[in-house]
Design a protein around this ligand. Sequence first.
Ligand SMILES: [Zn+2]
Length: 269
Amino acid sequence: MINSLVIDVDDLSYCQLELGRNIKNPSYELEEELEKTLKFLDEKNIKANFFIPGHFYKRSKKLVEKINNNNHFICSHGLKHDLLHSKTKEQMIYDLKTSKYDLEDIISKEVDIYKAPVWSIKKNIDQCFDAIIEAGYKYDHSLIPKNFLKFGKNNYEMIKLENGLKIIPPTGITIFNKNIMFAGGFYTAYVGNNFLINYYKKLNSKKIPFNFYFHPYEIFTSQKNRKLIKYNNLFVSLYGIYFGRIFNKLNLICNTFNFDSLIKVYDTR
Ligand SMILES: [Zn+2]
């Protein structure tokens, strides 16, 4: 059974700034964190999906080329790391198209998958999906499980919308009748490793793949991002308590399961 590993190539400070949060002493730490991520994946011989936002490809074109040359899969995380669902349709299309074409220019390959910053397809959902298909993408990977179930009959199988867009759900779990994201990041940071591994094994035993995502700053955390108090922002300080402490979780998942691209895993079933 093959699953999919997803990396959101976000810089911690710059994402917060683009979301409009007030960050003191911002510094760009992503390059170092990403190099460590690439080294780790190489050692594990895993090919992953990299969702790349504008602030990264503008600064680090060479690293985008390196990700591509290492045979990982390049996907779009939007031009600006802000909320897709709060933009007008024209602004959405501008953001989506620019990011797609810029990335395609760098890697000379088509970029087919989009993931909205901070899962921001929670309102104006139809308009967001129309903009994504109009911008030329074939797939979206942005819907939280609760909203995905408005379209799909379960939270693990890809569905195709009437406008032609295919949506790949982040893996969810149903607890007390609530559909909760269970696909990495903050959502699984405090879940016991055994519980998580057993849940994913159970899915695989039913021929269901899972996807698991992380940000380089969560696991391969730079020295600066380990001292989050420096950012003088309560949200970042609380969010960051587990940074650098969940390497074992990722390591265990990577040692236990097999991975390939989201498209291969979800669109060839
Ligand atoms: Zn992001």
